[in-house]
Design a protein around this ligand. Structure first.
Ligand code: NAP
Length: 347
C-alpha cells in the first residue's frame, strides 16, 4: 500500500472548503494535515470558525485542529484551494512559486494559457501544460484549476457530442444558492423567487467550455459558438440547465443517447478513487433530472442528463444536472489531484 500523501486546504472554512475537509478526511490516498483561512479564523479551532453546513459531521480529527494563515512554505506540498476569488490570485501564486502544487477551485487562473483547466474525463492531456508553466513562470510548484460549477456540468455533457460536429450551444442554467458561498444570497432575495443574473457567470461558462473542449492544452479553443443564460433559483445544492445543441453530423437521437451513455475517461480506466461509474448517468424519466433527487448521483461526482430529444431549432436538446460544490468544486479538484498523483506528478 502507498503511503498517504499529506495535503493542506486553503480556504478550509468556506462552503467549498468544508466539502474538501469532509471528502479528504475519508480519502484513501490523501491525508489533510493543514487547514488555512483568513485572519478571522487564524489561531482558532476549525470547528469553532467553520460555519458547518454539511449533513455529515465535522471529522473528529479535524474539528479541534488550529486554523493557520495562508502562508506559503508552512503546509504540505499539495494544497487544495477553496479561497475567495478576491484573494486567491495572490495567495495561490505565492504558494506555487514556493514549490506547492495548488489544486484550485478559484476562477483567477482558469483562463491563463499555461494553467490546465481540467476535467479528467475530458482533457487529462492538458496536464502537459504544467511543465511549460513551471518553466515559463520559474515556479517549483504549479497551479491546476477546475472549471466553474456550471461549466463542468455543461462541458462533461458536451464532450461525448464532439464526434457529431458540435457547432453551437444554447444553455440556460438554474443555479443553487450554495454556489454563492456562505452566507450567500439573502433569503429575502431568493425565497419564492428567481434572480436572472449571476455576475460574470455567463462569460465564464462560454469561455471556459471552449478552452476545456479545445486542443493544445486549450490554447486553441473549440470552434463551437456558445450562448449562456444564468439564473439563481431557490435550490440548496445542484445546478440544473437546459441545453440545445446544433450537431452538424445530424445523428439519430438514439446515437446521441448512446454516445452519452458510453462516455468514459481516464479516471474510469484508472479506477481513481473519486471517479464516478459512469460519469454521465442518462435518465429516461420525463421529469428528471431534479436537483433534490439526482445531485448526489455517484457520490456527487456523476452528472445526470435527461430528456434527450430532437430540437426543431437546433438539432438536439436535453437537461443536465450536477452537484455544484462536489462535481462543480471540491470533488472535481480532488479528482484532478488523483489524476496528477496517478501520473506521478507529486513524486
Ligand atoms: P466562501 O464560503 O465564501 O469561502 C471563502 C473562503 O476563503 C473562506 O475559507 C475564507 O476564510 C477564505 N478567505 C476569505 N478571505 C481570505 C483572506 N483574505 N485570506 C485567506 N483566506 C480568505 O466561498 P466558497 O463558495 O467556498 O467558494 C470558494 C471558491 O471556490 C471561490 O473562488 C468560488 O468562486 C469557487 N467555487 C465555488 C463553488 C460553489 O459551488 N460554492 C463552485 C465552484 C467554485 P474565513 O472563513 O476565515 O473568512
Amino acid at each position: 500500500m502507498q503511503p498517504l500523501i499529506e495535503v493542506g486546504i486553503l480556504g478550509a472554512t468556506g462552503v467549498v472548503g468544508q466539502q474538501f475537509v469532509a471528502r479528504l478526511a475519508r480519502h484513501p490516498w490523501f491525508k489533510p494535515t493543514w487547514l488555512a483561512a483568513s485572519e478571522r479564523s487564524e489561531g482558532k479551532a476549525y470547528a469553532s470558525v467553520a460555519p458547518w453546513r454539511l449533513t455529515t459531521p465535522i471529522p473528529d480529527e479535524l474539528g479541534p485542529k488550529t486554523v493557520e494563515a495562508c502562508t506559503p512554505g508552512r503546509g504540505p506540498r499539495v494544497v487544495f484551494s477553496g479561497l475567495d476569488a478576491s484573494v486567491a490570485g495572490e495567495i495561490e501564486q505565492a504558494f506555487a512559486s514556493a514549490g506547492h502544487f495548488v489544486v484550485s477551485n478559484a476562477r483567477n487562473y482558469r483562463m491563463d494559457p499555461l494553467v490546465p483547466l481540467l476535467i479528467p474525463e475530458v482533457n487529462g492531456d492538458h496536464l502537459s501544460l504544467v511543465a511549460e508553466q513551471q518553466q515559463a513562470k520559474g515556479w517549483k510548484g504549479a497551479i491546476v484549476t477546475n472549471p466553474n460549477c456550471s461549466t463542468i456540468v455543461l462541458a462533461l455533457a458536451l464532450a461525448p457530442l464532439r464526434v457529431f460536429d458540435l457547432k453551437s450551444v444554447l444553455v440556460s442554467t438554474m443555479q443553487a444558492v450554495s454556489g454563492a458561498g456562505y452566507p450567500g444570497v439573502p433569503s429575502l432575495d431568493i425565497l419564492g423567487n428567481v434572480v436572472p443574473f449571476i455576475g460574470g457567470e455567463e462569460e465564464k461558462i462560454e469561455a471556459e467550455t471552449l478552452k476545456i473542449l479545445g486542443s493544445d492544452g486549450g490554447r486553441t479553443p473549440h470552434t463551437a459558438m456558445i450562448s449562456a443564460h444564468t439564473n439563481r433559483v431557490a435550490v440548496l445544492d445542484g445546478h440544473i440547465m437546459t441545453v440545445s445543441v446544433d450537431l452538424g453530423a445530424k445523428p439519430a437521437n438514439d446515437d446521441v443517447i448512446e454516445a452519452l451513455r458510453r462516455f468514459r475517461g481516464r479516471p474510469q480506466e484508472l479506477e481513481l478513487p473519486s471517479a464516478p461509474h459512469p460519469p454521465i448517468v442518462v435518465s429516461f424519466d420525463n421529469n428528471r433530472p431534479q436537483p433534490r433527487l439526482d445531485a448526489d448521483r455517484g457520490d456527487g461526482m456523476a452528472i445526470t442528463v435527461g430528456r434527450v430529444r430532437p430540437c426543431k431549432v437546433t438539432h438536439t436538446k436535453f437537461v443536465a444536472l450536477g452537484h455544484n460544490t462536489v462535481r462543480g468544486a471540491a470533488g472535481a479538484a480532488i479528482l484532478n489531484a488523483e489524476l496528477m498523483a496517478a501520473d506521478r506528478m507529486f513524486a
